[in-house]
Ligand binder design. Structure first.
Ligand SMILES: [Zn+2]
Length: 256
């Protein structure tokens, strides 16, 4: 099977990105989340693709507000987390837990449960295409805030992403990159890879280009939330001998 075609588009909420994933071979199309049915339908119409599936990462409104409308309009199958919290997601047909796999367009999709930001957050990983859709688990040089879980929980979740092949392409749900970079350089001021990346993202943003997606390898070199074992960061925080989870927690709390 050839690689799936991925179309990312911005929509107005909180610098959100929507994503469509399409197989030219089977004609199937899915989207990641749907905060805004109109924006997603416009993107589908622009591409001339028929929506067959919707994959939901977590319950937050900017990820789910348009799900029912888009589902009904396209008669799509909705896949989402099998974790019911205070705000259960409406319209889910198939519920997924950590380690579950399912087929989409002839590809195996692996579900990775990454709680912390919310208690229902799941990522969709496609090993054959080396791509993952992480919702608000991880951002370029940042990570999701612990709204429902704890920093320690996010740390455990990020370890699952950390373990993927470094060439994995990561799609997250927000363009928070520049503000994340400003924080990252305070924590990791002597990181030359980070400095170079900041120049690159400033160029992209001034040309109105997205900084998403990015590779895991780039994050491992520049994202302080994945670098809790880095000696420079530890020195900067005065935590040379602390456990990794404590270093991560300190960074997460400092980020606010
Ligand atoms: Zn969220």
């Amino acid at each position: 099977m050839s690689a799936l075609e991925i179309h990312q588009f911005p929509f107005v909420w909180d610098d959100n990105y929507g994503v469509l994933i399409h197989s030219a071979e089977t004609g199937e199309t899915t989207c990641i989340d749907c905060g805004d049915a109109k924006a997603y339908q416009q993107a589908l119409d622009d591409k001339g693709w028929n929506l067959t599936h919707i994959f939901i990462t977590h319950h937050h409104a900017d990820h789910t507000t348009g799900v029912l409308e888009l589902k009904e309009k396209n008669n799509a199958t909705v896949i989402g987390p099998d974790y019911l919290g205070a705000n259960p997601i409406k319209g889910i047909d198939q519920r997924m837990k950590d380690g579950d796999t399912f087929q989409f367009a002839g590809k195996e999709i692996q579900v990775i449960y990454t709680p912390g930001h919310t208690m229902d957050l799941i990522c969709y990983y496609i090993p054959e295409d080396a791509v993952i859709f992480v919702g608000d688990t991880l951002f370029a040089m940042g990570c999701g805030k612990h709204f429902e879980g704890t920093p320690q929980m996010i740390w455990e979740s990020l370890k699952k992403i950390h373990a993927l092949p470094p060439e994995t392409l990561i799609y997250c749900s927000h363009e928070y990159t520049q503000e994340n970079a400003e924080f990252a350089i305070q924590i990791d001021p002597n990181n030359e890879a980070l400095k170079a990346r900041m120049v690159e993202i400033d160029q992209k943003r001034s040309a109105d280009l997205p900084t998403v997606p990015f590779t895991l390898a780039t994050e491992l070199a520049t994202n302080p939330f994945l670098r809790a074992n880095d000696s420079g960061i530890r020195q900067q925080l005065g935590m040379e001998d602390a456990p990794e989870v404590d270093v991560f927690t300190e960074i997460r709390i400092k980020r606010g």
